[in-house]
Structure formats: structure tokens, C-alpha cells
Write a protein of this length. Structure first.
Length: 284
């Protein structure tokens, strides 16, 4: 099942790379950089005035959205597109030159980046040129790796400076286009990294010992017992004990009637890493 999921995910990424319009509002995701990208703090601009080489300038946008330009001093550029800034500079320079021609190139798009890290082929910054989706950002990072867990967490900074996590299941992203959300500047995309953990099954099971499982796919009680070979004939299945140690080092013991689970009268018991299952012996 795991292998099949990764094969499907690989096909899905190839499809996305070929047709980056997958997801909400696909047409807008292919807009040209100059028509959509808005200049912001920390961007690097290269500005040329044709025929006026002394005015050629490379400037970093300040935190308050300004650049310093020869003859003009400070110019507010925050929120403008390249073409809008070109027009603004023409209006400002027309008092000094007849029919000035200005070109603006955004050399570094640092104000509109998202970070992609975790279980991806390469940790990277992705420039949000136009409207970029989660899947496009992951594809730009080389796709997810085999040690990815089941969830992607997007940390987004709100207007008041607080942050909020957005959790998206990888399986849902594969099957539901609505989960392929549009990213916003400053988003941190973290593809959770899975790791191996242990569950211990002791007592009256056929192959007692430690079960090595992935943290994102920890089995339930009955699944763990099945992986341990099932109950022995002397197992007291109506009184299975699960010992769990919390973060403070305190032990909790849960008593579960496995018979009720097998009959469908109770839900299966969810396990956590390092749980110890003890199946006692039937009292005769």
C-alpha cells in the first residue's frame, strides 16, 4: 500500500510539473512576472534610464518600501509592479529630461518568497512570481522524499504579526484539488519528516517483542497484536493492558477488552510511540 501511494504521488508530481495550472484558479497561476509581482522590502532592483548611464542604479528596497535614486532622492516603490514603477520614474524625471525611457528589472524577489523544507529533495526559497500553489512550491523543491510523513504544515504570518498553522494531508493533496492552496509571502512550507519508533508487545502473543513502525503510521491495538502474530491460546483477551509514559515521566495504564473491539462494539484503541502492550494469561 505504501509503495502504491508513493508511485501515485510521483505520477501526480509529474503531472503537476507538466500542467502547473492544477488547483484553484489555474489560469491566474500562469500570469507573467511583470504583470503580477509587486515590489516589496528587501527586493533588489536594477533601474536604467536610456541614454543616461550615470543614472543606472542597483538598489535594495528598504524596510519601509523606498529606494534612493540619483537626482530624485528617496522614492516610494512598495506595492508597485515593474511597469508601474517605470511610469512613476518617467513622471519624476520628465522635469530633468525630455521623453525619458526607464526600465526596471527585479533582480531579487526577497519580499515575496516562501520557504520549503523538511522531507523535500532540496530545502529552498521559492519566489512567488504570479500566483503560486502549494504543489508548485513542492515541485520547485524537487518533490517530496520517501521519508515524508502524512502531513504538510504551512506556517503563515497574519497581519497582526501572529502565526497560524495550516495542516494539509499529503493524501488529500493528491486527491482533492481544493487542498492545493495558493501560498502567501513569508509562508513556511514544512513537509513533515517521518521517523521510526517502537511499540512493545509482551505477554500472551505468539511473537512478543518490539515492533518497529513509522511515526506517522503507528498501528492500533489490534493491528499491533496481529503484527505480533496474534494471541496465544492462553491469552486473556478481555483484559489487555497498555502502559504509557507521558512527557512528565508519569505512567498511565489503560485496560482494554479486545473482544469488544473484534465484535465491533468498541473502537480500536489508538497507540502512541513507546506504548507497552501486555496480554495477560487466562486465569484457570
Amino acid at each position: 500500500m505504501k509503495k502504491k501511494r508513493w508511485i501515485l504521488w510521483g505520477i501526480f508530481l509529474l503531472f503537476a510539473a507538466a500542467a502547473s495550472g492544477f488547483g484553484p484558479n489555474p489560469a491566474s497561476a500562469q500570469e507573467l512576472p511583470g504583470s503580477e509581482y509587486r515590489i516589496g522590502p528587501r527586493d533588489m532592483l536594477e533601474i536604467k534610464v536610456f541614454g543616461q548611464d550615470k543614472l543606472t542604479t542597483t538598489a535594495r528596497v528598504t524596510a519601509d518600501g523606498k529606494i534612493t535614486f540619483p537626482m530624485l532622492g528617496e522614492v516610494q516603490v512598495d506595492g508597485l509592479t515593474s511597469s508601474e514603477l517605470e511610469k512613476k520614474l518617467v513622471l519624476l524625471l520628465v522635469q530633468y529630461f525630455k521623453n525619458p525611457e526607464v526600465s526596471v528589472l527585479i533582480k531579487e524577489h526577497q519580499s515575496r518568497q516562501v520557504s520549503v523544507l523538511g522531507a523535500v529533495a532540496k530545502t529552498t526559497f521559492v519566489e512567488l512570481i504570479g500566483r503560486q500553489t502549494l504543489l508548485q512550491a513542492i515541485t520547485a523543491a524537487g518533490g517530496i522524499t520517501k521519508d515524508a510523513a502524512r502531513e504538510i504544515i504551512i506556517t503563515r504570518t497574519l497581519g497582526d504579526g501572529s502565526t497560524t498553522p495550516i495542516r494539509i494531508s499529503i493524501d488529500d493533496l493528491m486527491s482533492d484539488p481544493s487542498q492545493n492552496i495558493l501560498l502567501e509571502p513569508g509562508d513556511i512550507v514544512y513537509v513533515q519528516v517521518d521517523r521510526e519508533v517502537s511499540i512493545y508487545v509482551t505477554g500472551q502473543v505468539k511473537t512478543p517483542g518490539a515492533l518497529k513502525v513509522m511515526r506517522s503510521r503507528i498501528p492500533t491495538l489490534t493491528q499491533a497484536i496481529a503484527q505480533a502474530g496474534g494471541f496465544t491460546e492462553r491469552a486473556r483477551t478481555g483484559k489487555v493492558l497498555i502502559r504509557r509514559t507521558d512527557e512528565k515521566g508519569q505512567e498511565k495504564v489503560f485496560e482494554v477488552d479486545a473482544n469488544e473491539i473484534y465484535k465491533g462494539k468498541k473502537k480500536d484503541f489508538p497507540l502512541q510511540e513507546n506504548d507497552v502492550i501486555f496480554v495477560p494469561e487466562t486465569i484457570i
